[in-house]
Every structure is written in C-alpha cells, then in structure tokens.
Design a protein around this ligand. Sequence first.
Ligand SMILES: Nc1nc2c(ncn2[C@@H]2O[C@H](COP(=O)(O)OP(=O)(O)O)[C@@H](O)[C@H]2O)c(=O)[nH]1
Ligand SMILES: [Mg+2]
Length: 353
Amino acid sequence: MKIGIVGLPGSGKTTIFNALTGGHAETSSYSGAKKEVNLAIVNVPDKRLDALSDMYKPKKTIHAQVQYVDVGGGISGKDADGRAKDASMDEILRLLRPVDALVHVIRNFERPGDAADPQRDLEAFESELVLTDLIALERRIEKVEKEIIKGKKGDPNEFELLKKAYEVLNSGHALRSLNKIAMSPLLKGYALLSAKPCIVVLNSADELSVGETHLVAPEGVVTVEIKGRLEMELKELQPDEAEAFRKDLGLSIPATDRLIQESYALLGLISFFTVGEDEVRAWDIAAGTHAQKAAGVIHSDIEKGFIRAEVVSYEDLMSHGSYVAAQRAGKVRLEGKDYVIKDGDVVNFRFNV
Ligand SMILES: Nc1nc2c(ncn2[C@@H]2O[C@H](COP(=O)(O)OP(=O)(O)O)[C@@H](O)[C@H]2O)c(=O)[nH]1
Ligand SMILES: [Mg+2]
C-alpha cells in the first residue's frame, strides 16, 4: 500500500516525508521545488505489538508497513503565486496514479513576505485535483460517446457513471465526497486523484500552539496537525533525547505516529498478530477479510491447507497474562474459514501441507 505526499510547492512535503521516515531527502529553498522522487517504507507504530513483544521476547518483531512517496512539485506545475516551476504535470500524475491514498500537506508557517494562509492553500490544491480529474474525464467521456454513437462497444453504464462523476467535479467537489462513485470499479481504472482517500496535514510553525489554527477540511477528510520541521529535527536525535525534548515542549506522542496510524486506517487496513519465540508480527489485511484469506497473507500454503484459526483477542491475552492462561479461561476460540478477522486478533493458523 502506497501513500502519495502531495501539496503546493514549498508546503513542506519533503520535510514531512523526512519526519515520517527519518530520511534525509533534500528540502527545497523557497525559490523552487526539487524534482526528485523520494520513496520510503515506514513501520506502523503499534503499542499492542510492543506489548506482545515484551511478553514473548522474540528474536524478531515485525511491524505492519506503509509506503510513502514524495513526488515533489505541484500538480499544475505552478506554485501558489502562479509562478511556473519545473516538475512536469504528466510526470507527477504518472507517479500519483498508482498510490492508494493522498497525504495533502498544507503550509502553516510564514515565509519571507508571505504569511501563512492554510485555508486558501487547501482550497487551491483541492481545485487542482478536481480540475485535473475534470480534464481526464472530459477526454474519456468524448471517447466513450463517440464509440456509442458509432454503435461500437462503448459501455452505456460507464458513460452514465462518467457523466455523474463529471457533474460532481463540475460542481467543485472532489469525487471522494461521493463514496459510491469513488469506489466504483469502473472508475478505479482511471485512478482519478480526487477519488483517492485523503488526509490533510497542517504543517505548522514551531511557535504556533497545536489547535490554534482554524482549518475547515473537505467533508470526511481527517486533519492531522504536525510541526513538520520540528518533528524532522527530533527524528535526528536518539529516542531518549527526543523524548526529553518532547516533554520540554509539551508534545505528547509524535504527531507523525498519529499520521502513520491515520494513513493506515485510511487505507482500510487492520492488523492481526502472530506470536511466538522466534517472531512477533503484525500483518495488515483489509477490514472484513475472512480467516482463510488472511492465512494467505502469511503463506499461500497456509491458505490452501487451512483447517482452523485459533484466535484470542489482544485484550483477552493481555488481561490473562499468558496464552496458556487465556486458553484455560476459555478465551482462545477455534474459528472456521469464514470468520472475519478483527483488528487486534492474535491468530495461530492450523493447516495441512
Ligand atoms: N518554519 C517551518 N518551515 C518549514 C516547515 N516545513 C518546511 N519548512 C521550510 O519550507 C521550505 C520548503 O520545505 P520542503 O519540505 O522542501 O517543501 P516541498 O517543496 O513541499 O517539498 C524549506 O525551507 C523548509 O525548511 C515547518 O514546519 N516550519
Ligand atoms: Mg520537496
């Protein structure tokens, strides 16, 4: 699962990318966006996994992961003030097409002669997404219409759907605002940007207090406020040093952790755990996945030879102190192939090879 970091040039995309990944990608000067693409895989922080790891003391602890890509540039190839810049629109679109969700970074810090106006920037970028999709749809609608008129294979259902989507965009709304359209398999193939689930990151100046800035995000879009530059700098320190700084600054859990967790949820992912002395591991699956299918995430042989899933919830395991104790208390269940795995299930698959 891949998440694209997007936003106007100079909004702090690369800074947020570094804060998330502990990377050292080069940030841009005020004058122009850097062109290169940054890609990183990030562990999803999970207190439950840490606790399970404390319980089992395994050789390895493996987190669920998400991928972030910082494509740079702005979608239209212009910055907030309408100056042309270097990253080409086609290139950015090509890079964004395969991502599963967007993290939209908004500048909430001043730059020389340019006060922060997050609401304006948010709306400007939303309009860019909508406009980009409108142009793509317009082309496609023309094509399908021609095919239908010629009596060729143009699909009338697709045509109707495209027109509906077009109306939504034309009224200035992102396609994600209409779940039925955004989720439609027919439209999925177009990889429309405004249909992708989105989180807004308010990238705030160090001196602001969190919550001070009023920002109205589009419907259904979660906002996470992050002091991007500060978090990036804290990532440079040893964990205990960073912790001490956080205390001094009155920051609780890193906002970047929250952003990673929110992006994970945004992708519709939940975690189940496997435990043992060798390895304690979090596995990501789509919410609603059945036990047998979930087994396939670990190995196709386990899916094929699936017999039963031995399941105990994380809470039950922890409150009884050990697997054996939870078992004695009747908290370990045997579930069949159609059992829907829940977030936090600790699972031991029984299978034939
Ligand atoms: N004060 C402040 N400056 C920031 C913050 N985030 C980024 N910047 C600065 O804004 C400029 C552009 O940042 P960059 O991450 O390269 O933006 P991008 O073009 O969106 O990738 C750099 O000079 C950063 O140091 C922040 O949270 N606070
Ligand atoms: Mg950048």
